[in-house]
Design a protein. Sequence first.
Length: 232
Amino acid sequence: MVSQVNGLNREAVEALVRRALYNYLPDVRTDRNERTEIEVPSAPRLVVNISARHIHLNQEALEILFGKGSELTVQKELYQEGAFAAEQTVTLFGPRKQMIANVRILGPLRDHCQVELAFTEARFLGIDAPVRHSGHIEGTPGCYMVGPAGGLELEQGVIRAARHVHMLPSEAKYYGVQKGDLMRLVVESEQGGVLEGILCRVSDKERLEVHLDTDEGNGLDLVHASKVYLEK
């Protein structure tokens, strides 16, 4: 005998509960119920990483800093397809004559130069670095960088990278978002919290990953987080 609850049988009630759970807690895994033929998709595997200070260069800048015909040497592959940390590093100088040594270059090379720092790092150098999406460097401050073969003064390109999430179109569909939408990241830890304004970057080449800078990650004790999830 199938029990009834306010005119609904038990199977229907269970299906409604599963649907409510999916709507309000999308990162909870639920499986298909064969009896009701209702299928709730599993949450994609979310990776959240701290993106430490780094530099993107073009070929011209690379050759000024490391010599004619220089190429980047891969030290470590990164999570996003095709991205890598290079063996090469440079030293940054700001207007306060302070310096940060061994700043890693990330590859592959780009058509412009961009320096990504956390707020405390930019402040240490005396640079008022604005929060910008990657590649949007117009009107940003510059800095001076030195490599083993020479020095280079950037007129612009120093930013604090806007927090963002990479995702595939199928993952964007799961979360109900589109390219350019903003989400929020919830971090559960002893010093956890919520970060608003996570920019969605969607393409067929992305892997689901949130990028935070060192100030943001350390402030939320991300390393010791017990749970992280995205909300629309």
